[in-house]
Write a protein that binds this ligand. Structure first.
Ligand code: PMP
Length: 443
């Protein structure tokens, strides 16, 4: 390791407290630089980034137009309080609202995804005057208190303070159907029926909002059956419940569309975003708010804010990111790579490897579910933890220069939206080889 990398490692171990980790059990890689679909460690080894970090570098690493925009903005105005108007913030809001459905025209900026969810929920409660919020099991909405309580996955468990008003339901997930469905269509219909029953039993007039990741991401990349989200919209309309679409991970090109919602033709009341909006070059998130909710706060103040709401460096990065995505056909690239390379390639891999139980996804947003037995679907790592078997597969990928995103028994193939065909194929070849290790455990 270079002296610089060595020092970074030692200081990290001495002074950095890492998220979601047992502090003495981790061994973080020192990353010295990155470019496009790659990053390099302290020994000069190159890795193909099939994780997009935390599924945020949609435009790839170090995109020159975004780097230049941040530098120009920094030279002119680094920070300004949210009460002022500022060109970077105004333009970012225009570009973001320009990509959401008509009627969602205003943007409240936050520092990331969790606080976007917090504010969307607060807006929904104040607008409706109702206390409850429904979210689905197998979801992730962020690490702050309300967001983590809304989260359905096991990261909630040690954090759950039983926040009043949070109610969970099972969403559609055919591979591990809670409803015994045999087809996507049936799964969607039964999941909707279940949600209707939860709403009825909770008392519709007590429910402010239903929060849904359009395509649940961290919890397993589960594109919903076609009729499910329109059904949720109709259910919400019937009862005066607001529909909050969490597009923090699925938004800004990840699914091969600007928002995952675009695939399903539904219009929510509030949309949360973060990550891909500026690929995480500077922290940024936000809520796009429909006009009827904005109206509630027309003469009555909205009681919430953040020092860095609409931060100039973050919003300048968003303007450059969205402009580059538009002009360079980056969303279209994600769609094509998904349809022509990742989808067919991963399905072929699944045929060859008995350890692959399921493949699902779209765009540059794919999950492989690894199992010990295709019949029983016993996972290669239990729900909520990792396993030595999974770690073997991931270590083999890393040895060969590939870093995918992994969660429990799943490998997520989530490269930047800018990934080339050659890079995508190279990554699949490494994954293919590593999966032979998992096959040894699959009966
Ligand atoms: N919502 C979703 C759907 C997410 O995927 C995430 C982050 N993985 C969040 C919210 C929270 O975002 P952040 O980590 O920026 O707070």
């Amino acid at each position: 390791m270079s002296t610089c990398a060595n020092r970074a490692y030692e200081l990290d171990r001495a002074h950095v407290f890492h998220s979601w980790s047992a502090q003495s059990l981790i061994d973080p890689m020192v990353v010295e630089r990155a470019e496009g679909s790659y990053f390099w460690d302290g020994d000069g080894n190159r890795y193909l980034d099939f994780s997009s970090q935390l599924v945020n570098t949609n435009i790839g690493h170090q995109h020159p137009r975004v780097v230049a925009a941040i530098q120009e903005q920094a030279a002119r105005l680094c920070t300004i309080a949210p009460s002022y108007a500022n060109d970077a913030r105004s333009e970012a809001a225009r570009l973001i609202a320009g990509r959401t459905p008509a009627g969602l025209d205003k943007v409240f900026f936050t520092n990331g995804g969790a606080d976007a969810v917090e504010h969307a929920v607060r807006m929904a409660r104040l607008h409706t005057g109702r206390p409850k919020v429904l979210s689905q099991y197998r979801s992730y909405h962020g690490g702050t208190q309300t967001a983590v309580n809304l989260t359905g996955d096991p990261r909630r468990w040690p954090n759950d303070n039983g926040t009043a008003g949070v109610v969970r339901f099972f969403g559609p997930f055919l591979y591990r159907s809670e409803f015994g469905a045999a087809t996507e269509e049936e799964e969607g219909a039964l999941a909707l029926r279940h949600l209707e029953r939860v709403v009825e039993m909770e008392g519709p007039a007590t429910i402010a909002a239903i929060v849904l990741e359009t395509v649940p991401g961290t919890a397993g990349i589960m594109p919903p059956p076609p009729g499910f989200l329109p059904g949720v919209r109709e259910l919400c309309d019937r009862h005066g419940i607001l529909y909050i679409a969490d597009e923090v991970m699925a938004g800004f090109g990840r699914t091969g569309a600007w928002f995952a919602l675009d695939h399903y033709g539904v219009v929510p009341d509030l949309i949360t975003f973060a990550k891909g909006v500026n690929s995480g070059y500077v922290p940024l998130g936000g809520v796009v708010i429909s006009d009827h909710i904005v109206e509630t706060f027309s003469t009555r103040p909205y009681p919430g804010g953040l020092t860095y709401s609409g931060h100039p460096l973050a919003t300048a990065a968003a303007v450059a990111t969205i402009t580059a995505m538009q002009e360079e056909g980056i969303v279209e690239n994600a769609a094509t790579i998904g349809a022509d390379v990742l989808g067919p390639g991963l399905r072929e891999i699944a045929e060859r490897h008995p350890s692959v139980g399921d493949v699902r996804g779209l765009g540059v947003f794919w999950a492989l579910e690894l199992v010990k037995d295709r019949e029983t679907k016993e996972p290669l790592a239990p729900y909520g933890s990792s396993s030595s078997e999974m770690n073997e597969v991931l270590a083999a990928c890393k040895r060969n220069g590939l870093v995918p995103f992994a969660n429990f028994n799943r490998i997520h193939v989530v490269p930047p939206c800018t990934v080339s065909e050659a890079e995508a194929k190279a990554g699949l070849a490494i994954l293919d080889e590593a999966l032979t290790l998992a096959d040894r455990y699959a009966g």
